[in-house]
Design a protein. Structure first.
Length: 281
């Protein structure tokens, strides 16, 4: 299925954006009908919440919790800068933007929505040379110009792949991830996802440990029900979520808890590098 380029404006004022989450208003709402999947969820302003494809940045406000803000904020600020959004002012709790020079023009390239009606999107600034309503087949040269790719290249995002991502583009993102990790830039300067971690409290994952946001979100949900982190009980908690995942190196379908490992010291880690996993929607 081909992709559709949709021109519009990006908005953050009054919202809680982060490095992989932003609102978009299409110039021509009829373009939304070109997308497969659920109907695009629009608010009263005609703004759609995007799901930026293939990347996941550190959380700034998930369930009123955040990951280490050095890299969580850096990803959001870089996204705004790449789009041309300036003079961003947050509220006191840093949970909502109260003013910004937003409404800047740009493009998304999408072919489908996800289960919540969010367009799964590649994001481009206005200077990308795309045309509104353009039908195209997404190839690597264009993807390299996307903000998705640039955030990953700069080490400000983790790769997080779902089964709708084409294999050649997945390989492109994976290769760029390995380059960023080798340079130890951005999150890769302190990433602990693939190393054994001792977690004693919620503060360990909000303030100290840099790890894959998907794993962080599961840990936050666990802490909502458990004041103390027990890695074995956490594996049981994740097991109950029944999240399926494909381990690419083994072509093995399994579940999220099976790619987590606990050692004899009670430390936990992600047993596979994140670019080696595909999460099944």
């Amino acid at each position: 299925m081909p992709f559709t380029a949709i021109k519009g404006t990006f908005h953050i004022t009054g919202y809680s954006p982060d490095g992989d989450s932003i609102r978009f208003k299409a110039f021509d709402p009829a373009n939304w009908s070109a997308l497969d999947g659920k109907k695009v969820a629009l608010n009263a302003k005609g703004h759609a919440q995007l799901r930026i494809e293939a990347i996941d940045t550190l959380e700034t406000h998930y369930k009123n919790q955040h990951q280490p803000l050095q890299w969580a904020d850096a990803a959001a600020l870089r996204l705004f800068a790449l789009l041309g959004i300036k003079n961003v002012v947050w509220n006191a709790s840093h949970s909502k933007v109260i003013s910004a020079e937003d409404g800047v023009e740009g493009f998304i390239v999408s072919r489908t929505t996800e289960e919540n009606g969010r367009p799964v999107s590649y994001v481009f600034p206005a200077s990308s040379g795309l045309q509104d309503g353009q039908i195209l087949f997404l190839e690597k040269p264009l993807v390299r110009k996307s903000i998705n790719f640039r955030l990953l290249r700069e080490g400000l995002a983790y790769p997080t792949f779902y089964d709708g991502l084409f294999y050649d583009l997945r390989e492109l993102f994976a290769a760029e991830t390995k380059k960023a990790r080798a340079k130890k830039i951005g999150v890769w300067s302190g990433d602990m996802s693939h190393k054994f971690m001792r977690i004693n409290s919620l503060a360990d994952i909000t303030d100290r440990l840099v790890l894959l946001p998907k794993l962080f979100r599961r840990m936050v949900a666990y802490f909502e029900q458990n004041p103390v982190f027990d890695p074995i009980r956490f594996l049981q908690f994740v097991d109950a979520l029944n999240e399926r995942v494909l381990i690419l190196s083994k072509l093995h379908f399994t579940h999220l808890e099976d790619v987590l490992e606990v050692n004899a010291n009670g430390e936990i880690r992600l047993a596979e590098e994140p670019e080696g996993l595909v999460f099944l929607a």
